[in-house]
Design a binder for this molecule. Sequence first.
Ligand SMILES: [Ca+2]
Ligand SMILES: [Ca+2]
Length: 478
Amino acid sequence: MNLELLPGEGTNALSADAEDAAHSHYPLAVEYVGRVPAFEGISMIIVRLDDAMVDLGDVLLRLNLHGMSSNRVRIGVGHVGGGPADDQGAVPTPAPATPPPTPTPTPTPTPKGKIYYVNLLGSDSNPGTRALPFRTIQHAADVVNPGETVIVQDGVYTDKDGDGAIVRLNRGGASGSLVTFRSEHRWGAKLDGLNNSAKQGFKFTGSIGYVRIEGFEIYGMGNNLGSAAGIELYSGGHDSETVGNNIHDVGRLCTSTTKGQDGIFVQQNNVLIEGNIIHDIGRYGPGENGCSNPTFWEHNDHGIYIHTGSGYDIRNNVFYNHVHGWAIHFYPDPVTNTNVFNNTFAFGNPNVGGTHIVIAAALTNVSITNNVFYDTASTGKIIYLSSPGTQTNVLINYNLARSATMFNTTPPAGITQSNNTLSTDPLLVSPTTSDFHLTGSSPAKDTATTISSITKDFDGNTRPQGAGYDIGAYELPH
Ligand SMILES: [Ca+2]
Ligand SMILES: [Ca+2]
């Protein structure tokens, strides 16, 4: 078809749907868009038919881009015939004089195996199809197998069985066959802890791993007497991925527990944390919402609490308002082989010198690179060193910060700083309203060091654009 995408747009700019004879509508995933070689201005699109579309006969299919829709085309699914009447004015598509060659698209990873659906109007005695979905994510978690996907449809999900976790993950995937839990629409499926009734949103158990958690809004967890987390990888969770989630308002209560209230708690190896937004974590301070005499409110609750482990890849995340702890907390045991790449941090902890990251553990082979640190003034620090122990091959480079000073104290040997730009406003769109995109004149534009493994930004736009990679979670233009 003939279409024009704006710079940076891809499949995310397109949507498709189909209608069957019963006038049921099916949203279709657009999996590929690309140019047809040798045919100027003609693009090819691949859409995935919905799982529920079994032997429907004819359906009418259309594509939508920039608020416009194509004419609908008739295709047969399972068999030819039947289907809704043609749209008014429809004419048969003439065969092209020269059939275009069939291009070979870039393969898109597709879910292997079965897809289950969860919907607030479903039932856990259903088979979990789109037509007959489950009611609880927990039930899906109790039956899912390696390589299978759970699609959670829009709505607010709570801890129905009252065991403290909204979803207790008992069954994992395997190498090359992740179990995937995905919100059908980004942040449309919400895990609500109901004002600190639940302690965890997703809680890994046993020694399972290889699970991907994608696109959820997770909030409201808290624990007056112990720890709480939006996603907890304490027991289990190795080789897992948390991608594109909005995790906020965890531990918003008055407590004196020593235990952390965290966005993500992790002590498992090989974990990808990408494209999440994590904000407003932690307990009330004195006088906040009537809270009197809390303890540990200055620095116990964190965006990502890394207890120990190896192989963390923390990239393209946005952190803000971590004022009762740090956006990233390395404590207490060793962490190795970890990258903190292209994140945006805003509003460091005013109780600990305005810092965003604490290093209170021995780190080996850790890079903190291409991050934006935004604060309202240049007086705060960026990284807090608290009895950090032996540091080995820790590289802090190509970061851009409003602050004038990287550390609260002289860093130990083993920490190398290079090419950081301090005392420089990153010129974000509107930090006070939580819009941390870059403005066109931002000094973050095109000044990152190239990390070619990072091909997208927080919004899913392709990196790089323009003359080079941008620092922080966002690439211009947006
Ligand atoms: Ca539960
Ligand atoms: Ca750029």
